[in-house]
Design a protein around this ligand. Structure first.
Ligand SMILES: [Zn+2]
Length: 972
């Protein structure tokens, strides 16, 4: 388990930019969090998981004015609003109110006649006792799915010559379909590259391998109208590497009737409205997708294209019918129209799949994945295994009359066994807070008893005893005592104690990590796995990931659209149609299609009343069986966690974000913690350039404070670069204790976490940060606004000084080899010598390290100090630095620094006659570098120094250091 810290495979680094991109895209898409508006009906405990907010339920349903066809529910609220409004304005005028009522009745009649197809118009008005039953019509539902491993293999030898990456040509970087394609790829963790069509082609091959397994055109036109040169190049690549093309017909204002696709015996009709889609069951493309049934009803959009062909290279994949409501004169049965078409490549040896519409139609999202799999010869096949765990949070927590009655428990058990037939191993996972046991009505208490009589039919996990949020505890013993109470309760009631799983109310303490929770969980419950939807952030859901901290696996959790308040189908936001849409190809369905491991959080209240959760899960599972070949299964949480990190080993390393950058995180962060106790700037090194001197100068400043010294790393914390990172944020912050609020120089700022702050400005110096591979990314996640201070001296000088320093510290290798031997050690030299060589030489490749930092931080946050100037003229350097850091008050260092002729460098002024200088080890005297080594290093660093000059010029007005000019001029 400890080895997970060192995993860093290539996929990770490739995936990062694409994830980042998707995030930034998403911010433009998502509306403000909607969960806040869901006020809780629960009064007797106040920590309802607001967190389980829907990520997609943003719809017109929140807007009472829009009358949509989401069914009767909306209309009710619409009418209520009108009525309330009217009541207010015409309070004293009965006549007008009567008129309003007449108006309302009129609306009602219009509605009822318009929406006849909802089973009964009265259902929304009368509180029903009937529960919705899962009704998925599907011809193939009862036939068991064929074994995916045998019939749906797209693999061929050709896949060995291509990488598992998609090249997507988009119209513009902001085009809608392009973004949807990218999001679907991110969801499925498929690597991709985005190119804007119409420009020159990117490099397609790498040595003898094709870089891309499939080429996708957001707009097929862009492929057809490519200039001759590029088109020939692309087609040649596709033929040579046996790579296929996916093209989407893009909507255009002009309606085409039987227009020929340039260069192909293929004709299109565009701008059609269609309905009732079905699949060609014998298409070789189908793998994940199952030709289950007909997707009845109108298809989304009015800009569909259909394909007409009569050549044997073409084989339809999807059909649809003309929407007879739109074309009433056509009458009778329509011939099926081809909406997705496969070109087997018989004409020009290139396989293609054409889509007559984008990804708005859910079935196309499945077919797109299959197209990628097929056209890449299985190189881009996603796994067909899906695991599902459904947590029922707070099985005993809930207000009277919202809790489970014996009937509901009975329904829970029988639905569970029906689901288990389709999802082997399926059991509801019940979370309990013992304090609320038997807090319902008489009948509901019988429900509690019935749950316990059937205790062995479910899996169980412990919640907090009183549903208290763990981050509110600052005392381990008290937190453990509360957990013990729940354990005693479990023992008493015969609830199994060994699930190794727990979740925290409101995600509190899981992320951002509250170390006390992890400690108490391990000690009291031996927790090995938990889940949250907060890592790294709630939204977008497709970027939720897992991590491991203190040997507890934290798995990402998905939402199913049901929350504590979702108890009646008619009150589902957007109405029943909205829920059914999510189940039948929409968000919930897609969540399971895209995630190999799904942990859903539901609440007890979803299982009483209308039993919406039972309806939802049984329905979606049936729908998945109908339309996909996915192999569904379930397993207890620990196995689920182990499986998760086997699939995604690169995720086990956590990344600590800044809790103050996310309002939701801040809410579940301990009040005793504050972002003020994070450094405002970092002195990042590199080693042996004068960072210790700078550190001592900075420490003289009354407004600045550095971290407490670390006992194990000689002062420096070295948090971001080594194993200390796994000790977590609380550990790091413990080095920056905030001063007592009562101290004289503290200023009370209304900091978000409510704690007082001091005027002092924290900084950290760890000189090895500079060249640490992971440091910029980690530092930026936690301290995105931090300023960075770098000191540079001649890299050759630095290497030599570092070598001497290492010798002086008793390093055996450094003492056994001369400097010359170290820097000239070949790649066949013993490993310890090679390691020493790398540590000696690599930090001096300044430009490349700086570029890595600048990939995360903007230029304006970086300050580069010429180390020679720091030595010769520290007073000016410190003044510049203070201005860069915007520190007030400006301290005049000429009163505090003085040249010490004995030492040969500047020291702190103590009084008129005495200086305080750095210790013996600083400014150490050693023989000059030998000439051979000097020559070698000049050559070695030439390209790096040249790159540094370029970079410094690019960064702006900084003068080029004299040592740098000299090194470049002497080399030529
Ligand atoms: Zn809860």
């Amino acid at each position: 388990m400890s080895s997970h810290h060192h995993n860093s495979n290539n996929n990770t680094s490739e995936r990062i930019p694409m994830l980042m991109k998707a995030t930034s895209n998403d911010t433009t898409l998502t509306t403000s969090p909607k969960n806040e508006k869901f006020s809780t009906p629960h009064k007797f405990y106040d920590m309802r998981p607001l967190s389980s907010g829907s990520s997609s339920s943003s719809s017109s349903s929140t807007n009472g004015i829009i009358i949509n066809n989401y069914g009767i529910n909306n209309k009710n609220s619409f009418m209520t609003r009108i009525c309330c409004h009217m009541m207010k304005t015409v309070q004293r005028n009965i006549q007008k109110c009567v008129a309003a009522l007449v108006l309302i009745s009129f609306f009602s009649i219009i509605f009822f006649t318009q929406y006849m197809d909802s089973s009964s118009p009265l259902v929304g008005l009368i509180h029903r006792d009937t529960k919705p039953m899962p009704l998925i019509h599907c011809q193939t539902l009862n036939k068991s799915p064929s074994d995916p491993s045998q019939t749906h293999d797209h693999r061929s030898e050709a896949r060995l010559r291509i990488d598992s990456k998609v090249l997507v040509f988009v119209e513009t970087t902001y085009s809608k379909l392009g973004r949807e394609i990218a999001e679907e790829l991110v969801y499925n963790r498929i690597k991709y590259k985005i190119e804007v069509a119409g420009k020159s082609l990117p490099v397609l091959t790498n040595l003898d391998k094709g870089r891309y397994g499939v080429i996708v055109f957001e707009n097929l036109d862009k492929y057809l109208s490519m200039d001759k040169w590029n088109r020939e190049l692309l087609d040649k690549y596709c033929r040579e590497y046996s790579v296929g093309i996916v093209g989407f017909m893009s909507a255009s204002e002009e309606t085409l009737v039987g227009a020929q696709l340039k260069g192909f015996p293929l004709y299109v009709h565009t701008n059609l409205r269609l309905r009732d889609a079905s699949l060609n069951p014998s298409s070789p493309v189908l793998r994940l997708t199952r030709a289950g049934d007909t997707a009845w009803g109108p298809l989304p959009g009015n800009d569909w294209a259909v394909f007409q062909h009569n050549h044997s290279t073409y084989e339809p994949l999807e059909f649809a019918q003309k929407n007879t409501l739109d074309y009433p004169n056509d009458g009778g049965i329509q011939p099926p129209l081809t909406t997705v078409l496969q070109d087997h490549g018989k004409l020009d040896n290139i396989q293609r799949i054409y889509f007559g519409a984008g990804l708005k139609f859910w079935l196309h999202r499945l077919l797109f994945l299959d197209a990628l799999s097929y056209l890449s010869h299985g190189q881009l096949s996603v796994s067909l295994n899906r695991m599902i765990l459904v947590d029922i949070d707070d099985i005993f927590v809930g207000e009277r009359s919202t809790r489970l009655k014996p009937d509901d428990v009975h329904a829970l058990i029988s639905t569970q066994s029906r689901i288990a037939e389709m999802v082997p191993g399926f059991r509801f996972n019940l979370g309990f807070s013992g304090k609320y046991f038997h807090h319902g009505t008489k009948e509901e208490n019988l429900g509690d008893d019935m749950l316990l009589r059937n205790v062995d039919k479910f899996t169980w996990f412990s919640h907090m005893w009183n549903h208290q949020q763990p981050h509110l505890y600052d005392n381990l013993t008290i937190l453990m005592n509360d957990m013990m109470l729940n354990k005693e309760f479990a023992k008493l009631k015969g609830i199994p104690l060994n699930s190794g799983y727990s979740v925290s109310p409101h995600h509190s303490g899981v992320y951002p990590v509250h170390e006390l929770l992890y400690e108490a969980w391990k000690k009291v419950w031996n927790v090995k796995v938990t889940s949250t939807e907060e890592y790294p952030h709630l939204r977008p859901a497709r970027l939720r990931r897992g991590f491991i901290h203190r040997n507890i696996m934290v798995l990402p959790r998905q939402t199913c659209g049901l929350f504590t308040h979702t108890m009646y189908i008619d009150r589902y936001p957007g109405g029943r149609d909205k829920l059914d849409e999510s189940i039948q190809g929409g968000e919930l369905f897609q969540t399971i299609v895209y995630n190999q491991i799904n942990i859903f959080m539901t609440h007890m209240s979803n299982y009483g009343s209308d039993r919406l959760a039972l309806y939802t899960f049984e329905s979606v599972i049936k729908f998945l069986r109908c339309w996909t070949n996915l192999k569904l299964s379930s397993t207890p949480p620990i196995q689920l966690g182990e499986h998760y990190f086997k699939l995604h080993p690169d995720e086990s390393d956590p990344i600590w974000g800044n809790p103050c950058e996310d309002a939701r995180h801040l809410k579940i962060w301990s009040r005793s913690k504050s972002c003020d106790s994070l450094p405002k700037f970092l002195v990042i090194g590199p080693q042996k350039t004068g960072t210790t001197a700078l550190y001592s100068f900075l420490s003289m400043h009354p407004s600045l404070a550095s971290n407490l010294p670390s006992p194990d790393t000689f002062e420096e914390i070295q948090f971001f670069n080594g194993n200390n990172y796994y000790r977590g944020l609380d550990w790091y912050m413990s080095f920056f204790p905030l001063q007592n609020a009562t101290s004289s120089n503290s200023v009370h700022i209304g900091s978000p976490s409510g704690s007082s702050t001091n005027a002092r400005y924290f900084f950290e110096k760890s000189a090895t940060y500079f060249d640490g591979d992971l440091v910029p990314k980690r530092a930026h996640q936690l301290l995105p606004n931090a300023k960075l201070v770098v000191i540079l001296i001649s890299p050759a000088k630095r290497a030599y000084s570092w070598y001497q320093h290492t010798r002086a510290h008793g390093d055996v290798i450094a003492n056994n080899y001369s400097f010359y031997q170290v820097i000239t050690a070949s790649d066949t030299a013993p490993k310890p010598l090679r390691d020493l060589r790398n540590r000696c030489l690599n930090p001096g490749k300044y430009a490349q390290h700086l570029e890595r930092w600048l990939a995360f931080y903007p230029n304006q946050q970086l300050h580069i100090i010429d180390g020679e100037q720091l030595r010769l003229n520290p007073i000016d350097v410190m003044n510049d630095l203070q201005r860069f850091l915007k520190i007030a008050p400006l301290m005049d260092y000429s009163n505090h620094l003085r040249y010490d002729p004995k030492k040969g460098f500047y020291c702190q002024v103590l009084n008129e006659s005495r200086n305080k200088c750095l210790g013996k080890s600083k400014g150490r005297i050693y023989p000059e570098m030998d000439e051979k080594s000097t020559k070698i290093l000049q050559r070695y660093y030439l390209s790096h120094n040249t790159a540094l000059v370029k970079l410094l010029k690019k960064l702006g007005s900084r003068p080029i250091p004299t040592w740098l000019k000299n090194e470049l001029s002497t080399t030529t």
